[in-house]
Design a protein around this ligand. Sequence first.
Ligand code: ADP
Length: 648
Amino acid sequence: MGVEQKSTAGEEILAGGGEMGQLMRSHDWSNTAVGEVETWSHSLKTAIRIILGSRYPMFIWWGQSMTKFYNDAYIPVLGQRHPQALGQPASMVWAEIWDTLGPQAEAVLQEGRSSWNEELLLIMERNGYSEETYFTFSYSPVANDDGGVGGVFCACTEDTVRVLSDRRLRTLRELAAKTAEAKTVEDACEISAKTLADNPLDVPFALLYLLDDTGSRVRLVSWAGLTAGTPASPLEIEIPDSTTSGWSLSTVLAGGESLLVEVQSFGALPGGVWSESPKEAMVLPLTTPGQGKLTGFLIAGISPRRAFDDDYKGFFDLVAGQITGAIANARAYEAERQRAEALAEIDRAKTVFFSNVSHEFRTPLTLMLSPTEDALADTVVPLPQKQRERIELVQRNGRRLLKLVNTLLDFSRIEAGRIQAMYEPTDLATLTAELASVFRSTIEQAGIQLIVECSTLPEAIFVDREMWEKIVFNLLSNAFKFTLSGTITVRLRWVETQAQLTVEDTGVGIPPEELPRLFERFYRVKGSIGRSFEGSGIGLSLVQELVKLHGGTVNVTSVLGQGSCFKVLIPSGSAHLQRDRIGERNTLLSTSLGAMPYLEEALSWLPEEGAGGWGLGTREQEGSRDLGLETKQKSSPSPQSLAPSPSY
Ligand code: ADP
């Protein structure tokens, strides 16, 4: 009868309630501090009904003994302690953390003071080992029938999974962000190890080994939590390694899969923040995805306070992936840098070559030009007319060659950063007008109109006169070369605070798709119809470099079949110029040859009289030229540049 009554009363009170309801009904409460179910207070029964009816993890510790009641949702929190925990005093169930929990529970029971804990670290033994867990919970009083505190009520959330995954995600994020700055493989490994060292809770120790070129040895490149050179962290490991290391690298290499390795054979290893040694470590191959090529190994200790579950393994897999990616990126960066260095080296060699060759050409050329000059100037033994024409032909072509060689030399000086400008305050309008007028006779001989409009500027402009001369001559000789009829206009104007030179023609124009590359070195527009097919594609790029040396810009607008307009802007003042080159003499040999080679070349493009065509060769054979220089030089004091420079 008694038993039946008991079970009936229990059934009524503990009706429903899932697995825990069932357990509570079948539990023998007579041997517990709370006694038979029939003796339970209303408050206890109500409290039990509340927790059994909830799907949120909850428990009650009843009475001074703090006898434990809990619901289904709380079962996982207890781990292996379920179901024995039911009806046991809380101080026994949670003996290992009672020093943290006990005082809080006592405060509730004795003073009715509730507590609040957020993500509190609790090292529990619930699963047969000391386990790192995190909980958010509150203890609050449950009133007894007489109004006093009958027990402790607790709703709790286990945060362990979230805390761990946040922490691991942070490590992965930092790995990605920090290794992105790595410029070398060593850097990538070093940064990776440092980042892993910042998470000793998940990575008590880590070793990064990289495979050498022979593939038969790995080298310890970086490490965390463990010093290098211990039996567990040899500086080098031969592959196959079955006898020399306990890491089974050969097995990992052969299988291509990560391997869980027991570490007892190494003795005690660092447990990160924990006092005990890890029992296991993971050996992960660092394999470039898609290529299957092994780079090395990551050996990572497993926390002695966490089970090595799928989440933990997944974390290590992602870490290995990040490190492999970082190493691959660093390798690509290094390869790119080496390529760039090799290219720069080739470029340097080319510059040196150009420079040497130009010098080598200049010497014999000047030695050839001097006697031709002497022969032509000799009034004591004057040359007979026929010989004079021949020597003049030699002289003209010699000068042309020298002009080309000098342009190459200019380039090699610009590239090597050795070009010397001598910026002088200059009446740019007068200088430009004089330079342009040198071409007048030749241009007009071709039936082209030359308009020169150079208005006086409000201030002197700092230019290197030899360089300015090259800028004007190159643009003007191009305009002449590619204009078969119409007008060439040279203008100099003041635009805001800059001097603007425009050289405009009504020539063949340039196809729009060619314009972006026009100032590139050696670039020539295919199929351009000009007075000559000859050219090196170097003139405009030299113009651009020289303009840049003045802190200016050059650009072009052009309409195919209608003409082109080249515009150069030179800033006023001298603040933008290299201080030590203002008014400073040049110590390098001058590469200026004056107007002569440009004029001679332009003249050679004139149509052969009577032949009605354009041609260099036939024109050359005529010998003498009216360069328009003599009249010019006589009528107005020509700039120093008009005459060929004394030293070729
Ligand atoms: P080059 O005249 O020796 O070929 P440049 O660098 O001076 O080299 O000029 C590059 C190319 O730009 C020329 O080959 C020509 O096709 C085009 N170009 C330059 N100036 C003009 C112009 N005024 N009109 C049409 N095309 C031009």
